[in-house]
Design a binder for this molecule. Structure first.
Ligand code: DP6
Length: 342
């Protein structure tokens, strides 16, 4: 990225100290009465799977994603009186013991002045049935709206790092289009931030194929920790992820759909192979996921340029170009097609 200047911090810096350092005097700015922001959801074409440091959510490798336009999170903030943050999701108040509320409150307590409590109204524009991760767009929208509420005026790369503290993939959800998250090297993650890639691809389509919308039993966070700790296959992953990232970035620059999509599918399958070789084994697929994969491979064998990627869940995200949308929609009746570059 070149433009990021970060002085080397002490290697034992805590998240709290880093946040105070980044915010400086702005941490105690007088907040506005309310603020809002929207952030799109994203899917990785070359995945983030594994942390080199957990408290800052620092990844083993870089990753590259495509944002999902109007599928994301709208967050409205206001100041409230009371001892705790109050969080609602899609209009329904959540209990303080809810995992989402706990993560979100921890993030807010790190960045806000002591005793300032917020009402956080979160609307996911992703249909719940689409089975897309909402933590990426959720923490990105929370970061953007808090920046606005508190008048931090932070540069984008620092907002990306703050969003990453909530969830790694959130570092990529601050922008539309293709986004690259740099692995970085510094212990405090000042250089582990995302930036948008300067390439548009108006004909690119992402098809959401929902196999199951149930909450997964093992979170990505737990899944990647288990994989690193127990999978022998994981040893080859960092090198492959690094190569795939470079291949996909070059293919995006050249508008080479086949190389981009083929590498993305191979990357996802390789990630799932590391999960399957963890102990206890981690299989996020349902029988229906495999049927859908086989259908994609069959259609491809018949000449349709159709690929997929998958995250830590059973649902497929199809990758194809606009000229094949009608074929994809007739083959997959329930597919929800997204145009990332609207
Ligand atoms: C498979 O960003 O949800 O979707 O940093 O622990 O919150 P935490 O994990 P998270 O992991 C996403 C994993 C993935 C791949 C990706 O989005 O790159």
């Amino acid at each position: 990225m070149g433009t990021i200047k970060a002085s080397a911090p002490p290697s034992n810096i805590t998240v709290e100290k880093w946040v105070d350092h980044i915010l400086g005097d702005a941490k105690v700015n007088t907040p506005a009465a309310q603020a809002s922001a929207y952030a799109p959801s994203n899917i990785a074409l070359s995945k983030y799977w594994g942390k080199r440091e957990a408290s800052f959510n620092l990844p083993v490798t870089g990753s590259v994603s495509i944002s999902l336009a109007d599928h994301g999170t709208q967050t409205d903030l206001c100041i409230i009186d009371g001892p705790k943050h109050q969080v609602s999701l899609n209009g329904k108040g959540l209990d303080a013991s809810d995992g989402f509320v706990i993560k979100l409150s921890q993030w807010l307590d790190r960045v806000l002045p002591k005793n300032l409590k917020l009402g956080v109204d979160t609307i996911n524009t992703v249909p719940t049935a689409a089975g897309l991760a909402s933590s990426a767009s959720g923490f990105a929208a929370l970061t953007l709206s808090t920046n606005s509420l508190m008048g931090w005026n932070l540069p984008q790369h620092q907002l990306s790092a703050l969003a990453r503290l909530g969830s790694g993939s959130a570092s990529r959800s601050l922008w539309h289009g293709f986004v690259k998250w740099h692995a970085g090297q510094l212990p405090d993650g000042s250089d582990s931030v995302a930036n948008p890639l300067d390439h548009q691809w108006p004909d690119l389509r992402v098809g959401l194929l929902t196999v199951s919308s149930h909450t997964k039993a093992v979170s990505s966070r737990e899944g990647m920790a288990r994989t690193i700790a127990t999978s022998k296959l994981y040893k080859q992953w960092p090198q492959q992820a690094q190569n795939d990232l470079a291949t996909i970035e070059a293919a995006i620059a050249m508008g080479d759909f086949e190389t981009m999509a083929k590498t993305a599918e191979h990357n996802a399958m390789s990630m799932h192979a590391t999960m399957a070789s963890a102990w206890p084994p981690l299989i996020y697929w349902q029988p229906e996921s495999l049927s859908q994969m086989q259908k994609v491979w069959q259609l491809r064998a018949q000449g349709l340029p159709l690929y997929f990627t998958m995250d830590a869940g059973p649902n497929l995200k199809l990758l194809f170009e606009a000229k094949h949308q009608a074929d994809v929609e007739s083959a997959f009746e329930t597919v929800k097609v997204i145009t990332p570059f609207q």
